[in-house]
Design a protein around this ligand. Sequence first.
Ligand SMILES: CCCCC/C=C\C/C=C\C/C=C\CCCCC(=O)SCCNC(=O)CCNC(=O)[C@H](O)C(C)(C)COP(=O)(O)OP(=O)(O)OC[C@H]1O[C@@H](n2cnc3c(N)ncnc32)[C@H](O)[C@@H]1OP(=O)(O)O
Ligand code: FAD
Length: 558
Amino acid sequence: MEGHPLALHDVMFIPALVAQASDEQNKKWLRRAQRREIVGCYAQTELGHGSNLRKLETTATYDVSTQEFVLHTPQITSLKWWPGGLGKSSNYAVVVANMIVKEKHLGPHSFLVQLRDEITHQSLKGITVGDIGPKLSFNAIDNGFLGFDNYRIPRTNLLMRHSRVEPDGTYVKPPHAKINYSAMVRVRSHMATGQGNFLAQALTIAVRYSTVRRQGFIESGEQEVKVLDYQTQQHRLFPSIAKAYAFTFAGYETIRLYEQLLKEVDTGNVSLMADLHALTSGLKSVVTHQTAQGIEQARMACGGHGYSQASYISEIFGVAVGGCTYEGENMVMLLQLARYLVKSVEQIKAGESGKLGPLVAYLAVKVDGVDLEKGVEEYMKAFQHVSRLQTWKASEKFLKLLKSGEKREVAWNKSSVELTRASRLHTRLYIAETFKRSVQEVADPRLKEVLTDLLHLHVNYELLDMATYALEDGFLSSSQLDYVRDQLYFYLAKIRPNAVSLVDSWEFSDMQLRSVLGRRDGNVYENLVAWAKASPLNKTDVLPSVEKYLKPMMNSKL
Ligand SMILES: CCCCC/C=C\C/C=C\C/C=C\CCCCC(=O)SCCNC(=O)CCNC(=O)[C@H](O)C(C)(C)COP(=O)(O)OP(=O)(O)OC[C@H]1O[C@@H](n2cnc3c(N)ncnc32)[C@H](O)[C@@H]1OP(=O)(O)O
Ligand SMILES: Cc1cc2nc3c(=O)[nH]c(=O)nc-3n(C[C@H](O)[C@H](O)[C@H](O)COP(=O)(O)OP(=O)(O)OC[C@H]3O[C@@H](n4cnc5c(N)ncnc54)[C@H](O)[C@@H]3O)c2cc1C
């Protein structure tokens, strides 16, 4: 859970080679990387810039006389900073640098760069590398810094699957300007399942513990109730169980789309890139944010013991919440999706609705009202309505400012909170729709029934959560919202008997969870005592600090 020094080797270094190195290059490098004869990382972010890739300062200048690239970090803010596995573990890196050929700045490109000697592991001349120090979490990963002092690499170390520099310096452009960003799109495509998994771990701990913990009464009786029987506890945990499933289903779809994209790009078809970029930008943002919220609620649902490291939930939180920042800061990514949504609105206004992709086609179709009692399809229409409403509102605000003479960037900034709201609603619609579709495809009727209950819980919870948007233009009435509330409480109670099975079905072992509270056997109290006794402070009855500090203080006559 704390991460692994080789995580980025598998998650980004190898995928970057697969997607961006030519077949010929990969004959040399890929097999070695897969056999872990070389260990790599993905070095893009710098001390001064992470979000704005166009302003990366590390340069790779082509020297036609030697057919080499010269890598250089001209100032302190140009140092690579943050890459996982860079500090101590990696001897190679895929380095993203601004490529300069014949004095022309050609933007960020990826290079394979050797950092350390393959035998001694010592850093090579011209390279400064080290670890950036302790972090909120993920401390088993050596996130690092890296500087280049006019460090030379062969021309053929530019990853050349999609763009090339010929020996004479002729530049061959890629089929899509952002194709070098594929390693990021890949991780973003995988993040919904990864985050769903973090959320699932925290929920497994909290739900299991909530059936062991007894506190207070619902009806007067002999025995105190399991805290999971409180409606508030169910409301805290069960919607997140639904989300963990929903995120996983959405993630399966984006992973499949990424695989499809890779194949299509190899045949020169880049049409899916913009759609997948927009989709995964929104999805990673919403999923990471909601996961962090869900994990924190799971911790609080464990009361005081949730705050102990014995719960292990704080570690899960620390790792998961990193996802709000890495692979694109969430606001920045929501604004990427917003660009796509605004373009879609502009297309509709220009009478080109027919050209809209399937995920945004709903933006052109107005619905007057819904009958929620008819079922989940009507909820989908309600989600479409609020997303459409907010997308149009935010877009109109931006376009109006533009028309009034504001510069594009200024108009964008003044509309950006509204735009991020639109992106979130659009993404939540996508999550609900993939959840619905995935449940419909389940063959086993008993499994389908339980998952359908979760789906119902999800759509009612979500609609209530975005109710202000739906009330704003009178699309939903307050009596419809009362119905949604009643449905929500109905499904909380219906799910209660299956709650433990739902979390057990994720099949985390005790070793994976590392939680005293979430033990499969439920022996929480004995093990909490054993865990406390094993604390380093309990190794001796009297600590050395007693003689050194406490006694002089206690004996002082002052
Ligand atoms: C695989 C398993 C993973 C599971 C994970 C789960 C568990 C985790 C376990 C371990 C993982 C541990 C750590 C994770 C590693 C983290 C690694 C990193 O963080 S790597 C660094 C990531 N950095 C970023 O994400 C930077 C974010 N910034 C950007 O992406 C870009 O700067 C930008 C914001 C997108 C803007 O780019 P740029 O300035 O070049 O673009 P513009 O010129 O403004 O043009 C925008 C234009 O381009 C389109 N576009 C942008 N990106 C793409 C893309 N990727 N594909 C297609 N199109 C793209 C964009 O849509 C605009 O188009 P248009 O509106 O038409 O102009
Ligand atoms: C755990 C972890 C692992 C990482 N691993 C790697 C790795 O392996 N390789 C790698 O290269 N990098 C890695 N990173 C770096 C990471 O990708 C960046 O930190 C991330 O992309 C955010 O960029 P930033 O730090 O520049 O944030 P900033 O952009 O400085 O964000 C600061 C604030 O500014 C806001 N902001 C910035 N730009 C805009 C804008 N245009 N509009 C509106 N608001 C804006 C943001 O929303 C945020 O609130 C890692 C980071 C972490 C935390």
